[in-house]
Design a protein around this ligand. Structure first.
Ligand SMILES: Nc1ncnc2c1ncn2[C@@H]1O[C@H](COP(=O)(O)OP(=O)(O)O)[C@@H](O)[C@H]1O
Ligand SMILES: [Mg+2]
Length: 261
């Protein structure tokens, strides 16, 4: 549960949005959002399908430009920064759809991800054997993600749940300070959701996490703080208990979010 208080050395803001909007044609997918994520916290975004959660992540990460507003990362205005530059500044993310090389082994996927951090453009052509440091780091990542013993397995032959855990390991290989997780448990069986939630809980407290999660129980069990998005707007922001009992959240979220493809 929300036992975690941000540690003393983690004062400050990891990411902040001020007046952020994003339109697609006539549709305001994100509408004047103000959101502050304190460093060292686990902040969960909830809201019905189509509320603008994934778009908000793309605006945080720089994959999409804002139509209006400012984004700051660890106190720096990054509104004009590319996704690559934000990634180098410590922002990592996973996607709603898995993003692993299914034809490669777990180890090969992680070697390539670690090279990404070093900025090698042609890393696919540099071979995929780790050096001793890399190998130790892979052991660590596999331990964190509950994939011990799976190092040489071809990613595509693993269960969907394991592939999602590998995707998390890939994101961690970049050593982010802020990690955006877009529905990491989407499509997982009930038996696979536990290991995913345990893995997220095991992540170090100094890593700030923003998590989009559709499963309310899983979300509230992980969150220090929750924001609810509805038609592109933040309609509630507070502790899990506050947001769960918010009248507007109850009517719009619980009333409309029951179906999710
Ligand atoms: N690239 C895009 N082009 C046009 N419309 C989009 C695009 N991405 C998202 N949308 C629309 O923006 C709204 C929010 O989508 P999204 O951010 O994916 O919501 P969520 O992740 O909360 O389900 C939806 O109406 C969606 O159809
Ligand atoms: Mg989404």
């Amino acid at each position: 549960m929300s036992s975690g208080r941000p540690s003393d050395h983690l004062e400050g803001t990891a990411i902040e949005l001020r007046g952020v909007s994003r339109s697609f044609g006539g549709l305001k997918a994100v509408d004047d959002v103000n959101l502050r994520v304190q460093a060292g916290t686990r902040h969960v975004l909830i809201g019905p399908n189509g509320a603008g959660k994934t778009t908000l992540f793309a605006l945080m990460s720089g994959e999409l430009d804002v139509s209006a507003g400012r984004v700051s990362l660890f106190g720096q205005d990054v509104t004009s920064w590319s996704a690559m530059r934000r990634s180098r500044a410590g922002l990592g993310r996973t996607y709603q759809i898995t993003n692993v090389f299914t034809g490669l082994s777990v180890q090969e996927n992680l070697v390539i991800a670690m090279r990404g951090r070093q900025g090698d453009k042609l890393n696919m052509f540099l071979g995929t054997r780790p050096d001793a440091d890399g190998s130790a780091r892979i052991d660590h990542l596999l331990g964190v993600c509950g994939l011990e013993g799976r190092r040489q397995v071809r990613a595509g032959s693993m269960s969907y749940g394991e592939q999602r855990l590998l995707e998390l390991a890939i994101a961690l290989a970049n050593e982010p300070r802020l990690l955006l997780l877009d529905e990491p448990a989407a499509g997982l069986s009930p038996a696979e959701r536990g290991p995913m939630a345990d893995t997220i809980r095991r992540l170090p407290r100094e890593l700030t996490i923003v998590l989009i999660e559709h499963d309310m129980e899983l979300a509230l069990g992980l969150a220090d703080r929750v924001s609810c998005l509805y038609y592109g707007r933040v309609i509630a922001d507070g502790t899990p208990e506050e947001v769960r009992s918010d009248a507007e959240v109850q009517s719009v979220y619980f009333g409309t979010a029951s179906s999710h493809a």
